[in-house]
Design a protein around this ligand. Structure first.
Ligand code: NDP
Length: 298
């Protein structure tokens, strides 16, 4: 199997470089790759890359992920999250390749308190969520064989994420305020990459599994609960942090002014993924503990 990976140095892309290796030949690109164009802003360039590499599977781990900045950079977010996946999907269709793509819980408006299923109606609250949803639609309408995985709250030892921000702030400050009314499941890039490799292999043998899936760790927590978990873990592992447990203060989203509005309910129902691919999704805590161990040892 020949696999073409875009976004090799993002959180998920980095882990995919590892997890895809047993599947065959992997051509992994980022935006500054030289031999082939890996810059999703260059639509002609990525189309030429697909034609030159002629892969069996294209995996797009690249995205415009700066949620607040997207409000001011709508055009660029649209180019990377909508037009580029559309081009990849059209090229995949021409050569009968699979396209694997990632999307987000931010396609939903966050109403209610039940986990969202794939058949629920999306209604994004911000530009990032809108462009990610349009990206999904572009892939579907191109008619290529595809897998789209909507996930949430991604973390990894490598890259920028909430967990690492909390560790940094807790070393610098005496007190932290953290949002307590947005609920979701922190999901490891390693879990996503391993699950992707498994799903690609299954899709190769059973093309009827093509479609949209929710894929996230099990369980739920607020950002506040997640921050408590991170900082309790760090304290127990002798990390020098200034913030005491009782100095992490829960606040409502409305107390935090951000450019982009975020959904309160980011819970994703993963039953379809688990049933189709015969995989378990673990509770969120063990993966976060593993990542923290790695980060704190550095
Ligand atoms: P990251 O932000 O860690 O990685 C995104 C990657 O995309 C970066 O390596 C970035 O490169 C690359 N990229 C951005 N613009 C371009 C471009 N023009 N050309 C090529 N590459 C580009 O994201 P994650 O790994 O966390 O996200 C993977 C997927 O999961 C994305 O589709 C995202 O929307 C989705 N997702 C992520 C969530 C999260 O919490 N992070 C939550 C839900 C879904 P560079 O570093 O050079 O900018």
């Amino acid at each position: 199997m020949k696999i073409l990976l875009f976004g090799k140095n993002g959180q998920v892309g980095w882990e995919l470089q590892r997890s895809l290796m047993p599947l065959g030949e992997v051509v992994a690109l980022d935006r500054s790759s030289q031999e082939y164009c890996g810059d999703l802003a260059n639509l002609t360039g990525i189309a030429q890359t697909v034609r030159a590499v002629a892969p069996d599977v294209i995996i797009n781990a690249a995205a415009y992920t700066a949620v607040d900045q997207a409000e001011a950079e709508r055009g660029l977010a649209y180019r990377i999250n909508v037009e580029a996946p559309a081009v990849l999907a059209q090229e995949a269709r021409h050569i009968n390749a699979w396209l694997v793509h990632y999307s987000t819980d931010y396609v939903f408006d966050g109403s209610g308190d039940q986990p969202w299923s794939e058949s629920d109606l999306p209604s994004p609250l911000n530009v990032y969520g809108q462009t990610k949803l349009q990206g999904e639609e572009a892939i579907r309408s191109a008619g290529c064989r595809h897998l789209i995985f909507r996930t949430s709250w991604v973390y990894a030892a490598r890259g920028n994420n909430f967990a690492k921000t909390m560790l940094r702030l807790a070393r610098e400050r005496d007190q932290l305020t953290v949002i307590d009314d947005q609920m979701g499941a922190p999901t490891g890039a390693d879990l996503l990459a391993d699950a992707t490799a498994h799903a690609v292999l299954m899709a190769w043998k059973r093309p009827e599994v093509a479609g949209l899936y929710h894929l996230a760790a099990d369980g739920e927590v607020s950002w506040y609960g997640y921050a408590r978990f991170i900082l309790d873990f760090a304290r127990e592992h002798a990390c020098a942090i200034k913030v005491q447990s009782d100095a992490i203060l829960p606040v409502a989203s409305r107390a935090f002014a951000t450019a982009a509005k975020r959904p309160l309910n980011s819970r994703l129902k993963t039953e379809k993924f688990r049933r189709t691919f015969g995989l378990n999704v673990p509770q969120w805590q063990p993966g976060v503990a593993r990542m923290l161990t790695e980060v704190l040892e550095k």
